[in-house]
Design a protein around this ligand. Structure first.
Ligand code: G6P
Length: 608
């Protein structure tokens, strides 16, 4: 949440900051701003505005004289959406941008009598005022910064300009993510996410917590809080800058929906050997899966729904006890874990703060912590004992699509491995399953062929105020992700229900014309779910049925039918979800909403 970038070097800083912020905009788009030094001067200029990066561009003059600055795109936490609350915040001789929340900001205001200096309602301005106060005291940026962060509680990633130090950016973080790099041909960069500087280099390092960085035209110096120099550990990203561009698609979301076949291929191909799962590329041997007493899957949002599909599969196929936990709840509950519990943490970004906190708590009970993560080097990846990268490439749209299907594919590999190691899966059955998994990219390609038909439903969907997704068994888990997609980007109230549960209350909400997206892809409950669908159709619902039936013409069942090719029940998730994703996308664009940037949401949720 909130995107931050800093640059100092040989290029014009405004261009770099504005282009970088454009790439980081998925992290928040309530307001945007930049601060920069005019070359060799001690003057810090600030341009900021409520609104998107495009609005910020409009208030920036074409300043070619500046080569050092910081930029921010905000997802509002403390204080409403306004230009005053936009970052950067300047207090005295300090200008600063921040991602995170300073929890003890009220105490700090009182302790240091900072109130007279504050113009905004943000906790960030309090941090700026405190750092400025310490700067007045020590007259040394590093000492000031160390002293200030020592007093702060909460999560933060700061980039700071000190007026007497033109050409330099100081940075420090706790919890909130930050990566940095020095590119020979340009200069030093720091950002929330490497997409901000991917035009210049594919190398980067994750800024360790509580380490102080000084960025200059010549390079980046890093030290711990005791003042010891620390060498950065550089990583290389394995995708190109093109992967972070729209490549002709109207939106990132549509592009990412279409990328699913290749994303899944990249997730599974390196981990299949002789038609069986093999995690040697991840350095994970079978001992992780031996003597597992129970499994807890922890995640948020779409990653949680992917986990629920994985959990259903592990439980139903192999009878291993699995619990799924909402990370923000798990972290405040009493964990029921032992040293043989396997904890699987799932996160696209690897930075969701609740998931990270839940992982930290679980790690106190078991060493068997395995994460399924997309972003290399992210906090969750580093803090779990084992990590399985999905390799889905950058996911920019706020609504997650390719991350979901690649996470499900990763869960399926893990499930089969667990089955084999526990002796509950036979090798021939496991091979058969993995051979089917290899065909998933083609299943998705087939479903993408429905795009025009799904888009044809837009007219009907845009007028809906409510929608219900129903299914049984695995279809219910899929329904949850389907309804999340629709509600987050179309603002239509959408809920998922276990179809058999409708009659216990929700059916009272079904009236003439309400869309019901009915998923009937599980053979063992097929006839049951069809009965439930009839119950909604009888009450006037507009039923969109997704099933394996070649044809359904009975108007007492549905108004529209999508036939999905007949694959084993555990694989229909990959087919059904593509229809749900496209339905959400076209409903959103049909309503004139930008699906890549739905209101109030952000992609990487680094605040509690
Ligand atoms: C936010 C995003 C969702 C995402 C969830 C978990 O709510 O909008 O798309 O599923 O966070 O994110 P993670 O990076 O942990 O998968």
């Amino acid at each position: 949440m909130c995107g931050i970038i800093g640059f100092t070097g040989s290029h014009h800083v405004q261009d770099i900051l504005l282009n970088g912020l454009q790439r980081l905009e998925y992290r928040g788009y309530d307001s945007a701003g930049i601060a920069y030094f005019r070359d060799d001067s001690n003057h810090i200029s600030i341009r900021k505005t409520a609104g998107k990066v495009s609005d910020l561009r409009a208030v920036c003059d074409d300043d070619n004289e500046s080569h050092c600055g910081i930029g921010h795109t905000r997802w509002a936490t403390h204080g409403g959406v306004s230009t005053t609350n936009a970052h950067p915040h300047r207090v005295g001789r300090v200008a600063l941008i921040h991602n995170g929340i300073i929890e003890n900001y009220k105490e700090l205001i009182a302790k240091y009598n900072l109130a007279p200096q504050l113009k905004s309602q943000t906790d960030t301005e309090v941090a700026a005022a405190l750092i400025n106060k310490k700067y007045d005291e020590f007259n040394d940026p590093k000492k000031a910064l160390k002293a200030a962060v020592n007093e702060m509680e909460g999560a933060f990633a700061f980039c700071i300009l000190f007026r007497e130090d033109p050409g330099k950016i100081y940075a420090i973080r706790n919890v909130s993510p930050m990566v940095a790099t020095f590119a020979e041909n340009a200069g030093s960069f720091i950002a929330s996410d490497l997409t901000a500087f991917l035009d210049f280099t594919k190398n980067y390092f994750v800024v360790p917590e509580y380490h102080l960085l000084t960025l200059s035209n010549d390079g980046i110096e890093m030290e711990d809080l005791e003042g010891n120099t620390v060498e950065p550990e550089y990583l290389t990203v394995d995708w190109d800058v093109d992967a972070a561009e729209k490549e002709g698609y109207a939106h990132y979301m549509l592009k990412e929906i279409h990328e699913q076949p290749s994303a899944i291929e990249k997730t599974i191909a390196p981990r299949i050997k002789d038609s069986l799962p093999d995690f040697s590329v991840d350095g994970i041997d079978d001992s992780l899966f031996e003597n597992v007493s129970d499994i807890t899957v922890i995640a948020c949002g779409t990653a949680l729904y992917a986990g629920m599909v994985g959990a259903q599969m592990i439980k139903n196929r192999f009878g291993i006890p699995v619990t799924c936990a909402v990370a923000s709840e798990f972290r405040y509950e009493r964990p029921v874990l032992n040293e043989n519990s396997l904890v699987i943490v799932c996160s696209q970004s690897g930075e969701t703060i609740d998931t990270l906190a839940a992982l930290r708590l679980a790690s106190e009970y078991t060493k068997k912590t395995l994460s399924i993560v997309n972003v290399k080097g992210s906090s969750i990846a580093r803090e779990s004992n084992y990590v399985l990268y999905t390799h889905a490439g950058p996911e920019i749209a706020v609504a997650s699509t390719k991350a979901y299907t690649s996470q499900v594919a990763a869960f399926y590999l893990i499930a089969i491995k667990l089955g084999l190691v526990s002796g509950k899966a036979s090798e021939p059955r496991a091979k058969e399953f993995i051979e089917t998994l290899k065909t998933v990219p083609n299943m998705i390609k087939t479903m993408l062929g429905y795009e025009d038909r799904v888009a044809g439903l837009t007219k009907r969907m845009v007028n809906a105020t409510d929608a219900f997704f129903i299914g049984r068994g695995l279809d219910y888990q899929i329904a949850m992700e389907g309804s999340l997609k629709l509600k987050e980007i179309s603002y239509i109230h959408a809920e998922a229900y276990a179809a058999g549960e409708l009659k216990h209350g929700t059916i009272s909400l079904v009236e003439e014309g309400v869309p019901v997206i009915a998923i009937a892809s599980q053979s063992n409950v097929y006839s049951k779910v069809i009965s439930n669908i009839r119950e909604t159709e009888a009450r006037g619902a507009y039923v969109i049925l997704i099933s394996k039936d070649p044809e359904v013409t009975d108007p007492s069942i549905c108004d529209v039918h999508f036939h999905i090719p007949d694959v084993p029940d555990e694989f229909t998730v990959f087919e059904v979800i593509v229809i749900c994703q496209m339905l959400a996308y076209y409903t959103s664009t049909g309503k004139g909403i930008d699906p890549d940037k739905p209101r109030n949401l952000a992609k990487s949720v680094t605040v509690e």
